[in-house]
Design a binder for this molecule. Structure first.
Ligand SMILES: Cc1cc2nc3c(=O)[nH]c(=O)nc-3n(C[C@H](O)[C@H](O)[C@H](O)COP(=O)(O)OP(=O)(O)OC[C@H]3O[C@@H](n4cnc5c(N)ncnc54)[C@H](O)[C@@H]3O)c2cc1C
Ligand code: SF4
Length: 330
């Protein structure tokens, strides 16, 4: 591992100043992703700025009635928070579906959103990878890609974003706040991850040197009846091969409001807006749930070995929405 400088920041302005515009410096959250990448040589920062002591570890009511979640809140504390469990249960379920108890105690909200892809070629320094080394090529397109993207990918990269938390946050219109040397800013999670195109190494809309300070969830009454369902290749401690965050408001047998986001199918958590349009105002039936899934998945462009994901996601959407509709009818 390359020798590196380590600094601990006590306040937000100090953290931003310590990192500066140095492309060789990184913020350190729980370190559960960054340190692994440093061990394999994918990341070789000259300086780490530890943000875990920053006063960003609170979950508080937002002015508009939503929730403001600090960037250094741990995954464990986020999942356990009573207001998150009551008002956004799919978020609690998503976080608990990820990693292990020990990792969730270390991992932070900011770090979770910025964790890198689990594409095996990304961490294999002997193989071409456009995300790791722009212009070198994508080994996955013609190689091992059974767990890769079916939506929104390009020939330059077909990797998926691994975050479970991000899928639920996307369904509930979360907004990311950040701080830079030029002042604060914010960006909706829907615009946070950049389209892949021919620049897969440029992953987010964050300005250089930006410190994520928190995530705000707007009030969403529909989210009180929500669910996260994750499919993985073994029962626990594995990344998703497909997942769904869904919320449904049904009254008189008709869908009044619906939220739907997919995980492990694209380079970012995928908000299923086409499906939401089909659902809203329609009878809450399995046929309409399937039609909604089909509307979203019409844009899928699977590779030779990951076409199963289209069927998997269709079945997942119908199952989760049917469960939510049955609950609403009780
Ligand atoms: C074995 C294993 C299994 C896992 N399984 C899952 C899973 O099933 N689902 C899932 O979603 N995740 C899973 N994870 C990933 C885990 O959730 C992430 O590693 C974790 O969320 C990253 O958070 P962190 O605070 O440790 O980030 P770090 O590793 O500290 O940082 C990650 C990145 O974020 C940057 N960063 C951190 N904080 C900030 C900030 N405030 N502002 C700007 N940049 C920042 C760092 O510079 C780095 O680039 C797994 C991890 C492991 C090791
Ligand atoms: S899919 Fe993306 S991360 Fe994986 S090898 Fe191709 S360019 Fe690299």
């Amino acid at each position: 591992m390359r020798e590196f400088d380590y600094r601990r920041a006590d306040d937000v302005a100090g953290a931003v100043a310590l990192l500066g515009a140095d492309p060789d410096a990184r913020y350190l959250g729980g370190g559960t992703n960054l340190v692994d990448l440093m061990k394999t040589g994918v990341e070789r920062p000259a300086r780490l700025v530890d943000v875990r002591s920053l006063p960003l570890d609170r979950i508080e009511p937002a002015d508009d009635g939503g929730l403001r979640i600090g960037a250094t809140v741990t995954n464990s504390d986020l999942a356990a928070h009573p207001e998150v469990r009551r008002r956004y249960p799919a978020l609690t379920q998503a976080v608990l579906a990820g990693a292990s108890g020990q990792l969730r105690n270390m991992a932070t909200v900011g770090g979770n959103l910025l964790q890198r892809t689990r594409c095996g070629y990304f961490t294999d320094l002997t193989r071409p990878c456009n995300k790791r080394e722009p212009g070198s090529g994508c080994s996955a397109v013609t190689g091992e890609h059974h767990n890769h993207a079916v939506l929104g990918a390009s020939d330059h990269c077909v990797a998926v974003h691994p975050s479970d938390m991000g899928v639920a946050l996307t369904a509930f219109d979360a907004v990311v706040s950040y701080e830079t040397a030029d002042g604060p800013g914010e960006v909706p999670l829907a615009d946070f991850y950049l389209p892949v195109r021919d620049t897969p190494h440029r992953e987010t809309a964050l300005p250089p040197g930006a410190l994520i300070t928190g995530v705000t969830l707007p009030p969403a009454p529909v989210a009180a009846r929500s669910r996260y369902r994750k499919v993985r290749e073994r029962a626990s401690y594995a990344f998703a091969i497909g997942s769904v965050a869904a919320a449904l408001d049904v009254s008189g047998g008709v869908v009044r409001d619906a939220r739907l986001a997919f995980g492990a199918v694209a380079s970012r958590p995928w908000r299923a807006r086409a499906a939401e349009r089909v659902l809203t105002g329609a009878p809450a039936t399995a046929e309409n749930f399937a039609a909604a899934a089909d509307a979203e998945l019409a844009a899928a462009r699977p590779l030779p070995h990951n076409g199963y994901k289209v069927t998997l996601m269709r079945n997942l959407v119908v199952a989760v929405l049917s469960e939510l509709a049955e609950e609403a009818a009780r």
